[in-house]
Design a protein around this ligand. Structure first.
Ligand code: ADP
Ligand code: TYD
Length: 202
């Protein structure tokens, strides 16, 4: 089973994924946890470009191509072999991140075209938070902000995720998680929302 977790910056993805991994493991899944951008060459290059210290210029087209390249290698070298070995793959961001983020300032069809060879996940878990909540978490917990962390950008991003989910309704199982719950309640919320969707493996 291939599960992708999505959400805007500051939605609490990392925190939620740690709980998801525990939840799935307890239900008998052999979990392979991974993330995009990856730790492979292209993923590292992307993190460097997006980092605070980067002074090298790059275009939005280059960035979109790099995300797509990183994704195809991620699939070939890591995701597909893990799925073939019977693992449940849990990825922090995937295809829908490119469709939502890169289409803020590039044509959607162009971005979708670049990603046409990336297979769909079985389930997308979308962590839903307000832009206010995301911004206040980012301001509280992070030194400085990345290019993707302004209010205007996060608003557009949220709207883009909704547009993308509309397009994919019926093709992918899209499950929403409430990103506003207190940290101490995340595990219980996952249990409540996902027990029916991921039954115990025997
Ligand atoms: P993301 O991976 O989506 O950027 P993180 O999980 O790193 O988000 O969360 C960003 C910050 O917000 C972290 O420092 C985390 O401690 C805090 N945080 C995450 N989830 C919650 C929550 N439900 N309530 C309050 N703070 C949270
Ligand atoms: P990451 O370092 O994982 O940040 P976060 O902890 O917020 O998920 O990802 C770096 C940024 O890259 C993040 O702001 C989302 C963005 N991104 C895209 O724009 N397109 C993509 O296809 C992916 C995978 C990530």
């Amino acid at each position: 089973m291939f599960i992708a977790v999505e959400g805007i910056d500051g939605s609490g993805k990392s925190t939620t994924i740690a709980e998801l991994e525990k939840f799935l493991t307890a239900r008998g899944h052999a979990v392979h946890r991974t993330a995009e951008p990856t730790k492979l060459d292209t993923g590292r290059a992307i993190r460097e470009l997006l980092g605070q210290k980067n002074e090298r210029p790059y275009t939005r087209h280059e960035l979109a191509l790099l995300f797509a390249a990183d994704r195809l290698r991620h699939l070939e070298e890591e995701v597909e072999p893990a799925l073939a070995a019977g693992k449940t793959v849990l990825t922090d961001r995937y295809l829908f991140s490119s469709l939502a983020y890169q289409s803020v300032d590039l044509p959607y069809e162009w971005v979708a075209g670049l990603n046409r060879f990336a297979r769909l996940p079985d389930t997308v878990l979308y962590i839903e938070v307000s832009v206010d909540t995301a911004l206040s978490r980012l301001a509280r917990f992070r030194q400085g902000t990345e290019i993707f962390e302004t209010r205007a950008f996060l608003e557009k991003l949220r709207a883009n995720y909704e547009k993308v989910f509309k397009k994919y309704t019926g093709k992918v199982n899209i499950v929403r998680l409430d990103g506003e719950v207190a940290m101490s309640d995340i595990a219980a919320d996952i249990e409540k929302r996902l027990s029916g969707i991921f039954p115990k493996k025997v």
